[in-house]
Design a protein around this ligand. Structure first.
Ligand code: SAM
Length: 371
């Protein structure tokens, strides 16, 4: 059994890592030590309030979510349940942890209000736009073509994880937006029983979970899913080098999840390791390059087309005529711009070729890392 010991007032409590626990998620979370998980992903009952059968125009029956686990006697009952599981999830989250919860118009507004009342801090709501939504068969409303995910930090001061640059890199160097266009879970990914029927009515697509885990967790992080279903969170966590804790009250779903996850081969670490973000790299003042002898006082720096030049001063500033300032200020000044990143604007000449200051900064950073 893979476990991780955590110090708890009652002694060392083992975390049930990479396991699926069968039972009520609130009781299961209450049994875990506080501040022990990095991320919660929750796909709770939506309380869809479906009355009667839903049929297509040809009178065939729609395979809608009418399971008992999605039924609540009243909104008040649903709110009480939501408050209880969210409070339990908040207790097990580390101070810098965060929670994702997915829902639809039936429940997400109630969930959002309760989240805020409990002290969670909203970071984004993500619209999952479905590439292949189910049509509105009665033609009485718009096609319901999206679901909403709320991403919230445990509290206002939580230093939550967000791999901004990794997401941007995978998005043609454009900031990842809060509307995600992804298909429903279909084809081989959809678990079917021996008779070809869906094992679970609301199995989520792995691509959705992959985006959540890649953006908001690190390799090795513990991700808890209190409504595990077929274990989509666990399958993706295993592939991406995260640890998971799955809670599911239905033993049939839990068994299907275990079997599914057993068949997942983890990706090699180089396929998911997050590149260090620029912001997390140590700050290097330009003066350090002068002090290290990588550039010399009195030497000239130029832009990539040699249209602008400035002189490096002994104190780590640049001068152009009477103007003196940082590599950034002088870079902005010569271009007539409000701002400039001097590291990626100025070059020095080395062996007849131009070399960016940013490359020399990289050398200092490599020395710092080695030390
Ligand atoms: C919307 S489904 C989750 C589907 C899952 N994300 C997947 O991809 O398969 C919600 C699941 O929560 C389970 N569930 C409902 N209430 C629960 C509770 N109190 N404790 C644990 N599981 C519960 C249901 O049995 C159901 O499988």
């Amino acid at each position: 059994m893979k476990t991780k010991g955590l110090l708890h007032p009652l002694g060392t409590v083992e975390l049930p890592l990479d396991q699926v626990l069968v039972g009520d998620c609130i009781a299961a979370m209450d049994a875990l030590p506080p501040a022990s998980v990095d991320l919660v992903f929750a796909d709770p009952p939506y309380n869809l309030q479906l009355g009667g059968d839903l049929r297509r125009p040809d009178d065939s029956l729609v395979d809608a979510v009418d399971d008992d686990w999605d039924k609540f006697a009243s909104f008040a009952d649903y709110d009480a349940f939501t408050k209880a599981w969210l409070a339990a999830a908040r207790r097990v989250l580390k101070p810098d942890g965060a929670l994702w919860v997915i829902g639809s118009y039936h429940n997400i507004f109630r969930v959002g209000a309760i989240l805020q009342d409990l002290g969670f801090w909203m970071l984004n709501d993500i619209v999952w736009r479905k590439a292949n939504p189910m049509p509105n068969f009665r033609g009485r409303r718009f096609t319901n073509a999206h679901e909403t995910l709320i991403w919230a930090a445990r509290g206002e001061s939580s230093k939550y994880t967000f791999h901004y640059e990794a997401l941007k890199g995978g998005n043609d160097d454009l900031q990842m937006r809060s509307d995600w266009y992804l298909p429903l879970c279909t084809g081989d990914e959809r678990l079917k029983d021996a008779g070809g029927a869906k094992v679970h009515p609301t199995q989520k697509p792995e691509a959705l979970l992959a985006r959540v885990l890649l953006s908001a967790s690190n390799a090795g992080d513990v991700v808890l899913d209190p409504f595990f279903g077929t274990g989509t969170t666990g399958a993706v966590a295993k592939a991406l080098g995260r640890r998971f804790i799955g809670l599911e009250r239905d033993p049939v779903y839990a068994k299907a999840a275990r079997e599914r996850i057993a068949g997942v081969t983890p990706l090699p670490p180089e396929a998911f390791a997050t590149a260090p973000s620029k912001r997390s790299e140590p700050r290097v003042p330009f003066l350090s390059l002068v002090e290290a002898g990588l550039v010399k006082a009195g030497e000239t720096v130029v832009d990539d087309r040699r249209r602008h030049k400035a002189v490096i001063r002994a104190d780590g500033t640049l001068s152009v005529g009477p103007a003196i300032g940082s590599i950034h200020k002088v870079g902005a000044l010569v271009q007539g711009l409000p701002s400039c990143n001097g590291w990626t604007f100025w070059h020095v000449e080395r062996d007849g070729k131009l070399m960016l200051l940013d490359v020399l900064r990289g050398e200092i950073r490599a020395q710092m890392a080695a030390a």
